[in-house]
Design a binder for this molecule. Structure first.
Ligand SMILES: O=C(O)c1ccccc1N[C@@H]1O[C@H](COP(=O)(O)O)[C@@H](O)[C@H]1O
Length: 198
């Protein structure tokens, strides 16, 4: 099981993940209390362990900004968390060879069905707008043709149940590894340890 720790915004967050070694981390470029600038992401990425893949999280961002971040190697994957459609994804793919993750807000299974043939490389199934700490009904997931990240309110006490129900390629956590709005080293270490050894 792959694991992504999203929404890193403090210098110490990089130390936490370098120790825990998740597979992916996320920098949020969208409006959010976790938002980072291009310059700050570049500085954090330069301290990130090379074994960890950095993902940029965007909401209806300009294609040029995303392509620049990818092509300047500040991020290695782009996660589109807004209303980006297939035309947008196709266009982004003409600007970069790096993988694209498309977030899907899951209210009914048909929301996933509608994205099965997307040109995105991965789907990310979430409860809503992103970074809310809210779960959705994992029994809605069912059969998914594409590899997908499972997100939305995942934390130590629900992650095993979520994995059993949805069988994702990777799990993605942000709020669930925070305390008082900041990344919590002990929670990050514990969840990555569990994914690796249980
Ligand atoms: O984290 C944010 O602030 C954010 C803002 C805008 C779009 C997406 C965002 N985060 C993504 O949301 C999911 C779930 O997060 P949570 O665990 O429920 O807090 C995750 O994929 C983040 O990448």
């Amino acid at each position: 099981m792959k694991i992504k720790i999203c929404g890193l915004f403090q210098n110490c967050d990089i130390d936490f993940v370098n120790e825990a070694k998740p597979d992916f981390i996320g920098f949020v470029f969208a409006k959010s209390r976790r938002q980072v600038s291009m310059e700050w992401a570049k500085a954090m990425r330069s301290n990130l362990s090379p074994e960890i893949t950095p993902v940029g999280v965007f909401v209806n961002e300009s294609l040029t900004k995303i392509a620049n971040l990818l092509n300047d190697n500040i991020i290695e994957m782009a996660q589109l968390h807004g209303n980006e459609g297939e035309t947008y994804i196709r266009e982004l793919k003409t600007l970069t060879a790096k993988p694209i993750i498309k977030a899907v807000q899951v209210k009914v299974h048909a929301d996933i069905e509608a994205m099965q043939d997307s040109e995105a490389d991965f789907l990310l199934l979430d409860q809503g707008a992103g970074g809310t700490g809210q779960t959705f009904d994992w029994s809605l997931v069912g059969e998914v043709k594409k590899p997908f990240f499972l997100a939305g309110g995942l934390k130590a006490d629900n992650i095993e149940q979520a994995i059993r129900a949805a069988k994702p390629f990777a799990v993605d956590l942000s709020s669930g590894v925070e305390t008082d709005g900041k990344k919590d080293k002990a929670k990050i270490l514990e969840i990555v340890r569990r994914m690796r050894y249980e």
